[in-house]
Design a protein around this ligand. Structure first.
Ligand code: DMJ
Length: 648
């Protein structure tokens, strides 16, 4: 539009007539309104939108991506398919959570949305404050969102011990009688000591060890909490009888684990590693300090559930209690494997505190998942915590979905087989998985494909290899006529996962392997070739060994030990590798904390007798922290089901 000054006509300083100026201003304000309104329709990943609308509340956001947080952060720029705008791997360059996500103010959202959704948000906020004094100044709950969960810490540990069927550490700490197995077990113990000693020397108090550069890594998954490797190692050190190391770890937790952090944490990661690690340490040792710590931490996680549906968001600020969804998660959604992997720990938080709030939180998730319509009986990976609806139809037994299924069967087992709802949900989910995802390759390998709105992606992630173990621990409790079928399925999946290891040059398995374009259990993409000391394949060997005693599982476990020693052991610890198919490996400079809590623990159990943490009494959380079966009637009654034929 061109404005010209007309002779003899009064005009403004800009040379416009009043009416022209008015029309121009009208046009301008219309344009501004239009642009601002358009912001609401932009995907949440658009930076402009985050700048202008960063504090907006209940509007679902739209950010496309797949795979779980761990996977996103790990894959980082390596794999564009998995990533929109996230640049680092867990254990590699740090990623700023703020850049990934938006932060709705939970408090306001809870207030505004409760009526519509019938959620529990407001109830949470009106709970009385904690009656329990914190154990130390470190443990003072400073969060404004303190919801008064710590009500009663008078859990009777002695009674709990009497309700176990067997001594946790067996007759002789599970020492195998066969000399070769014993020697192998000793080797695993030496690996643990080596990994621990190096962590202690170079990264003490940090979250993980960087073994090449000999320093510590903090990362951004734990909201400012430190010592992830220490908390993750407590039970492994204890069951291996590494008592000096265990005592160092315990002392650090007591004196230096500061729970008053104010950072942004993954609810899932803090739960499985810190809550799980502290719970196990308490149940195994009876040290009250672990219980006090875990109660304080558990309470700090509660505000994440203050959403219209009660489905927690993925990220929580441990100080303020503010929570929000991962920036990469589709449409502000929560992730199935994250909100579906809280049940075991939260039930135990209720047990220890005598406060049902934790159980209520996870039962509410269960209720919603049970009720919601499922495409072909399958559970998609993304769910809106605002509407309670699925956001995308991507189903996977690997990243994003995995431990949700694991926690269904384990909830049943941990309830002393009383949680019928979990049982029904697990076996129906497994039926749907078998009907839609389980495939046989041309070469005869059974695998679990991924499902995208009805279309199969013939890929199996390393993470999905836990499912051999999951299927075998549930084999006995399904329909009797299916028992053998489940045993066979578990064996076939474990065999496929072993193939993914044995077909590589290093005899370690890639992050993901495919069954298309001529591939059979091998990675076809460069970005899928790495191995980060993951436990899932070894986890399945351990369960398969316990439930079948087929010696091949111990042999396969030993192959993994040799490969780890040859390719992952470096001068100052263990490191992941970038390409399992390369003859000469390149290390990623990260000793993951789950290597100490899971990989080495499962190997140690594989070479131990079955009475070390007997499966009748213990269920492992998804980070391999053992949690006891809850025998309600025994705990509430006289107690005492202890098998007297065995000794402590
Ligand atoms: C662990 O942190 C847990 O096992 C989790 O469930 C997924 N995988 C990593 C290790 O691979």
């Amino acid at each position: 539009m061109v404005f010209r000054k007309l002779p003899g006509v009064s005009a403004s300083g800009m040379g416009l007539r009043l009416s022209q100026k008015f029309v121009f201003l009208l046009f301008l304000s219309g344009l501004v309104t239009l642009c601002f309104g358009a912001l609401f329709f932009l995907p949440d990943s658009v930076r402009l939108k985050r700048i202008f609308l960063s504090k907006t509340e209940s509007q679902p956001v739209t950010v496309g991506s797949e795979n779980d947080v761990r996977e996103h952060l790990k894959k980082g720029a390596k794999d564009p398919e998995h990533l929109r705008g996230i640049t680092s791997a867990k254990g590699e360059t740090s990623t700023k959570l703020k850049a990934l996500s938006r932060k709705p103010s939970v408090t306001n959202e809870a207030k505004t949305d409760k009526k519509d959704a019938g959620g529990e948000a407001l109830e949470d906020m009106t709970l009385s404050r904690s009656k329990t004094e914190s154990a130390s100044k470190d443990e003072k709950v400073t969060s404004s969102s303190n919801q008064g969960a710590n009500t009663d810490t008078s859990f009777d540990y002695n009674k709990f011990k009497k309700c176990l069927l067997k001594p946790p550490l067996g007759i002789e700490h599970g020492k195998p009688s066969d000399p070769q197995t014993l020697q192998r077990r000793e080797k695993v113990k030496e690996m643990m000591k080596f990994a621990w000693d190096n962590y202690k020397s170079f990264a003490w108090g940090k979250n993980e060890l960087r073994p090449l550069t000999r320093n510590g890594h903090i990362g951004n998954m734990f909201g400012g909490l430190r010592g992830a490797s220490i908390v993750d190692s407590l039970d492994t050190l204890y069951i291996m009888g590494l008592m000096d190391e265990y005592n160092d770890a315990k002392e650090w937790v007591e004196t230096s684990l500061d729970l008053n952090s104010n950072g942004e944490a993954s609810l899932f990661e803090v739960n499985i590693r810190y809550v799980g690690g502290l719970l196990s340490a308490y149940y195994l040792t009876g040290e009250e300090m672990f219980k006090r710590k875990v109660m304080v931490l558990g309470e700090k996680l509660l505000p994440a559930f203050n959403t219209p549906t009660g489905i927690p968001r993925g990220v929580i600020n441990l100080g303020s209690g503010t929570s929000w969804s991962w920036g990469w998660a589709s449409a502000g959604s929560s992730i199935l494997a994250e909100f579906g992997t809280l049940h075991l720990e939260f039930v135990h938080l209720s047990e220890l505190s005598n406060n049902d709030i934790y159980t209520e939180k996870v039962m509410n998730i269960r209720k919603l998942l049970n009720k919601i319509e499922k495409p072909h009986g399958l559970y998609p990976n993304f769910l809106s915590p605002v509407s309670g609806n699925w956001v995308q139809h991507h189903v996977s037994i690997g990243g994003l979905g995995d431990s949700f299924y694991e926690y269904l069967i384990k909830s049943y087992l941990m309830s002393d087989k009383t949680d019928e709802e979990a049982k029904t949900m697990y076996y129906s989910a497994l039926e749907a998985i078998e009907a839609n995802l389980v495939q046989k390759s041309p070469g005869g390998l059974t695998y679990m494909a991924e499902w995208r709105g009805g279309i199969l992606d013939h890929k199996m992630g390393h993470l999905a290899c836990f499912s051999g173990g999951m299927v075998v621990i549930g084999a006995d409790d399904g329909a009797p006529e299916k028992r053998q079928h489940y045993l066979d399925l578990a064996a076939e999946i474990t065999h496929t996962c072993h193939e993914s290891y044995s077909r590589s040059a290093t005899k370690l398995g890639p992050e993901a392997f495919r069954f298309d374009g001529g591939a059979e259990a091998t990675a076809t993409r460069l970005s899928d070739r790495y191995y980060i000391l993951r436990p899932e394949v070894i986890e399945s060997y351990m369960y398969m060994w316990r439930l079948t005693h087929d010696p091949k599982y111990r042999e396969w476990g030993w192959e993994a030990v040799e490969a780890l020693e040859q390719h992952c052991r470096v001068e100052a610890g263990f490191s992941g590798i970038r390409d399992v198919y390369a003859q000469t490996v390149s290390h990623d400079n990260m000793q993951q904390s789950f290597f100490l809590s899971e990989t080495l623990k499962y190997l140690y159990l594989l070479f131990s007798d079955d009475d070390l943490l007997p499966l009748e009494d213990w269920v492992f959380n998804t980070e391999a922290h053992p949690l006891p079966v809850v025998r309600k009637s025994c705990l509430q009654g006289e107690g005492g089901t202890h098998d007297k034929t065995t000794s402590e």
